[in-house]
Design a protein around this ligand. Structure first.
Ligand SMILES: *[C@@H]1O[C@H](CO)[C@@H](O)[C@H](O)[C@H]1NC(C)=O
Ligand SMILES: *[C@@H]1O[C@H](CO)[C@@H](O)[C@H](O)[C@H]1NC(C)=O
Ligand SMILES: CC(=O)N[C@H]1CO[C@H](CO)[C@@H](O)[C@@H]1O
Ligand SMILES: [Cu+2]
Length: 580
């Protein structure tokens, strides 16, 4: 009895870090739901994210700049009526750190040097699982490493999952090489975001708050397009879901769905409360005019299908890091984790006094639970009476940006990528791509500067957001796999689509790719039971030029599912470019 008890304490200590041998708080789904339901909606004002600048002005010119951003544990008020929550937050100081962190503003072609510092405590605020591939420092501390999502930069600055470090760089992962990254900002202007990427801890480090926006601007293009601009009329909306304990602390389950295999890992995190820019169900006072919102789905696993009440709609101008060729009017936008929608909302198009941003995506998407009264609601816009003051002089031009089309050249390399979920009695145990692990040698080794075609097949029940580091890509065809069970059974044996006659199976229904996704993206949704054909560019997509740096150096890049619980266990593979 005694011996068993000691073993349990040792296991808990190993899992939750030193000093955290506390017992899991006594929570049930009902108690969490009660806490979320007790929070009145639309009582907190939407926070405007602070901005920091990755360039300097010198004699009217923008020149390279450098920034230092730390990660701090601090208290954060997610809601008027919720006690303060301990979070991990990015900021230039502990006092100014926020969830999400500061928006980093940069200029196309002007490099930004960033030193990311870890000031996090000895143990994590959330439970984690040592039985999945995880960064486990011998001396405690919280491993972190920052990835600039959508960034085109050399592998050394990519934030490899193995390049993690703890506070004061006391311990480092096997691929760690440097304290300071230089983002060249050579790609086209657009929306990016930064977030943690530490091995096996990505889901809990983001859940704790390590997320923030990054924008690359082209001032001449901004002037030409004349979209709504300035701090008030051009804002980010970081949307994510969180569950809270009664004492305000973030909730994550301490028990895995299949605890004999993984004591803590669960296949998807879904929170009861919806948070925008760090506040649960906030409101924003707006004028009766056009606004630009850069919406980021920063949830771990939740898809959102956004719509607006009172007859308002979206005019989408960009998806992920790229503009759309033309503005796309739409009543709803489906967004997987990590996708970015750059939208214009014209509040003068209604006489109503308010409009609520809503969601109706089942979770997990597409076949999970339907939304309830909590996660159906995102935030409220309260629209001022009368005309906008000053008058709205912004516009939405009919042509936004024309990049080279998504056409693969003759003889382009074709790759087959298959996503699997493995089950044991009790539920899912892990997810792999092509039956392989991150630690297995790279099989995707494109030549830098080339364009390839990837056929991606999802043999699981979920939709998976596929994210490639470095590359830009777009879906050109989504087609159903017929006689799926034969194909799946063959794949389980042979792990090889060609040996399983993939082409004789891909001949079912075609799914329309929404117009608002037809541009160069960094995450594409992969529909279950279908083959999604993507054209992948390993170059600068705005002019088809080769990367102005060596993309073939160590430690290479990765591609993975952006449902963070899947990425951590272990739907992630190396992406190793060969020299041009
Ligand atoms: C935590 O996970 C376990 C195992 O799947 C489950 O039985 C329990 O209900 C979960 N707890 C909550 C609060 O959801
Ligand atoms: C396919 O992949 C699974 C998981 O990695 C492995 O267990 C199996 O042996 C592989 N089969 C073949 C034929 O490679
Ligand atoms: C091969 C396979 O298991 N495909 C699944 C993909 O997802 C759909 C929808 O959830 C399932 O019906 C299929 O069985
Ligand atoms: Cu996934």
């Amino acid at each position: 009895m005694m011996i068993r008890f000691v073993a349990a304490v040792v296991l808990l200590t190993a899992m939750f870090g030193c000093g955290a041998s506390r017992a899991p708080p006594p929570v049930t789904e009902a108690s969490l739901l009660k806490t979320a339901s007790s929070l009145k909606k639309f009582v907190d004002k939407l926070p405007m994210l602070p901005k920091i600048y990755g360039y300097k002005m010198q004699n009217g010119k923008r020149i390279p700049g450098s920034l230092t951003v730390g990660m701090y544990a601090k208290k954060w008020k997610f809601h008027r009526d919720l006690p303060p929550t301990t979070v991990f937050a990015y900021g230039t100081s502990a006092a100014t750190a926020t969830v999400p962190g500061p928006t980093i503003e940069t200029i196309q072609g002007v490099p930004t040097t960033l030193t990311w510092l870890n000031f996090l405590p000895e143990s994590h605020i959330l439970p984690w699982d040592p039985t999945i591939p995880t960064a486990i420092p011998k001396q405690g501390g919280v491993p972190t490493v920052v990835h600039l999502h959508g960034g085109v930069h050399p592998p050394e600055y990519d934030g490899s999952a193995f390049a993690w470090f703890t506070a004061n760089f006391r311990e480092k992962g096997s691929f760690w090489t440097r304290k300071t990254y230089t983002y060249p900002n050579v790609q086209h202007a657009g929306n990016l975001w930064y977030h943690d990427h530490a091995l096996g801890l990505t889901r809990i480090n983001l859940l704790a708050g390590l997320i923030g926006a990054y924008v690359i601007r082209d001032p001449a293009l901004d002037a030409k397009l004349n979209l709504p601009s300035g701090l008030e009329f051009d804002q980010h909306l970081f949307v994510f879901d969180r569950s809270f304990n009664k004492d305000g602390s973030l909730y994550m389950n301490y028990t895995g769905n299949n605890p004999i295999i993984h004591p803590q890992w669960q296949p998807e995190y879904f929170g009861d409360a919806i948070v925008v820019n760090g506040k649960a169900w906030p409101y924003l006072n707006v004028q009766r005019r056009k606004y630009r919102f850069r919406i980021v789905n920063a949830a771990n696993a939740r898809y959102f299908r956004f719509s607006l009440t009172n007859g308002l709609s979206f005019t989408m101008v960009g998806a992920d890091t790229s503009y759309l060729p033309h503005p796309v009017n739409t009543d709803s936008i489906l967004m997987a984790p990590s996708e970015i929608a750059d939208v214009i909302i014209d509040f003068s198009a209604t006489n109503a006094k308010e409009s609520v941003l809503e969601n109706n995506a089942p979770y997990p998407y597409p076949t999970g639970t339907n939304v309830n009264s909590l996660n159906k609601v995102i935030m409220k816009f309260i629209i001022a009476p009368g005309k906008s003051n000053p008058p709205d002089t912004s516009s939405v031009p009919p042509v936004l940006m024309v990049y080279p089309p998504a056409i693969a050249p003759k003889g382009a390399v074709k790759r087959y990528i298959v996503m699997y979920e493995y089950q044991a009695a009790g539920g899912p145990t892990h997810l792999y791509i092509n039956g392989k692990r991150l630690e297995d040698p790279a099989t995707e080794t494109p030549k830098s500067g080339t364009t390839e075609v990837w056929e991606v097949i999802n043999l699981t029940g979920d939709d998976h957001p596929l994210h490639l580091h470095l590359a830009s890509f777009q879906a050109i065809k989504v087609q159903e796999i017929v006689d799926l069970s034969t194909f799946t059974a063959c794949m389980a044996q042979k792990n090889d689509s060609l040996k399983c006659n993939v082409n004789s199976h891909v001949k079912g229904k075609l799914i329309n790719i929404p117009e608002y996704e037809r541009t160069w993206k960094h995450t594409v949704k992969i529909t279950p039971g279908y083959q999604t054909t993507i054209v992948v560019k390993f170059n600068l997509v705005d002019n088809d030029a080769p990367y102005p740096f060596d993309a073939s150096t160590e430690p290479g890049y990765v591609y993975h599912c952006h449902i963070l619980d899947h990425e951590d266990n272990a739907m992630i593979r190396p992406l190793k470019l060969l020299p041009a």
